[in-house]
Design a protein around this ligand. Structure first.
Ligand SMILES: Cc1ncc(COP(=O)(O)O)c(C=O)c1O
Length: 374
């Protein structure tokens, strides 16, 4: 048996360690020149102006700040899939607002646009739609509904950084507001980090101050490792800035994204062609130029047994995620038809997929899964 295979493994090499060392030796630990470099690298990568890129300390902060643009009040509602990350639900709850859960489509497990409209009401203040695992959602369809009802839409692209949509545009580059996460398990990591893309200048300017407690700092000064001690505060603010150390790691990670993409695409297709077990439902193939994030399979009826079986074979697994409407804290939130989420909630399992997963390990995992009997 091979040694334990984790679900995720960061693709960190000596470049990240050197960059972290340099950032520490610089002695300016807060937001500064490395944050500027990180934002510029992201803007170049996405082919958008750097003024639209706002780096923050986590993806959750990015969601929270994006929602802050829309003046949410207690009792307001935000529509989002029940199959979403807890960070999004908590961000909604921070305002005393409540998530309203929408179902996903069975094929890709992304938001079902046909089930959104019936959830929109007077209290709806935003929609958060997301890409899931290794598949993009129909952003334009959800956006069209949001526009029709004059509701802002936030595109949570935490899973899809580095992918292109069907128009061959970088994911997030054209969304009204998009967020990315660069947490420890994402395709590229800052250890912890996030980015908001805001198309409107007014949003971008507000977010830039908001991430540093609302302090209206001179950005040029900050980006050259300096700061002012006198400033005005005009708006709500959080301590959500990205630190130089994390940005320095992010800059190096971004240089490797082509390699990461190639390696993960190969693993994805190896799994798709190799796994063949009647009790397992595989995800659809990659639809276009996708940087796969996680490989989510569905195990019919026997998920716990499957997880236990993999564990005994030294293969770690994950669950992304438990449906939101089933958490005690969120049980009273509104929803209508969640039939697909209910169905797949007890079936989904994430199996290991990371750039350094060797062919031998991949084939071992395939064999183990193919030999799973119920
Ligand atoms: C879809 C989605 N949104 C938001 C987040 C929150 O990002 P972070 O972990 O950087 O706070 C995650 C994290 O996994 C996520 O998967």
């Amino acid at each position: 048996m091979p040694k334990r295979i984790p679900v995720f493994k960061p693709f960190l090499c000596k470049e990240e360690i050197l960059a972290a060392r340099k950032a520490l030796e610089l002695g300016w630990l807060g937001p500064g020149s490395y944050v500027k470099e990180f934002e510029e690298s992201i803007s170049k990568f996405l082919d958008i102006e750097s003024s639209k890129v706002i780096a923050v300390n986590t993806g959750t902060s990015a969601v929270h700040m994006a929602l802050s643009l829309f003046n949410l009040q207690p009792g307001d509602e935000v529509i989002t899939p029940s199959l979403n990350n807890i960070g999004d639900f908590q961000s909604i709850k921070y305002f005393g607002a409540t998530p309203v859960f929408v179902d996903v489509k069975e094929k890709c497990l992304t938001i079902d646009p046909s089930k959104v409209t019936s959830l929109i009401g007077k209290k709806t203040k935003a929609i958060i739609s997301l890409d899931y695992a290794s598949h993009l959602h129909k952003y334009e369809s959800v956006r069209a509904i949001a526009k029709e009802y004059n509701v802002p839409i936030i595109h949570d692209a935490a899973h899809s950084f580095g992918s292109r949509n069907s128009n061959y545009e970088m994911v997030g580059s054209k969304s009204d507001i998009a967020i990315f996460s660069f947490d420890p398990v994402k395709n590229i990591t800052c250890i912890d980090g996030g980015v908001i893309i805001a198309q409107e200048k007014e949003h971008a300017d507000r977010l830039r101050n908001m991430r540093q407690l609302g302090q209206m700092q001179n950005q040029k000064k900050l980006y050259s490792n300096n700061r002012s001690f006198t400033y005005d505060v005009e708006d709500v603010g959080y301590r959500y800035h990205l630190a130089n150390l994390h940005a320095a790691i992010g800059v190096e990670q971004l240089k490797k994204i082509k390699t990461i993409k190639k390696k993960k695409q190969l693993i994805f297709s190896n799994y798709l062609s190799g796994i063949n077990n009647n009790n397992i439902i595989l995800p659809p193939g990659l639809d276009g130029d996708i940087l796969p994030f996680i490989f989510v399979i569905r195990v019919k009826n026997k998920r716990d047994e499957f997880i236990d079986y993999c564990n005994k074979k030294n293969i770690d697994t994950g669950i992304h995620w438990q449906p939101g409407h089933q958490f005690s804290y969120l049980k009273s939130c509104k929803f209508k038809d969640l039939s697909v989420t209910e169905k797949i909630g007890d079936e989904i399992v994430t199996i290991p997929m990371y750039p350094d997963l060797s062919k031998k390990e991949q084939n071992y995992i395939i064999d183990v899964i193919n030999n799973f009997k119920t």
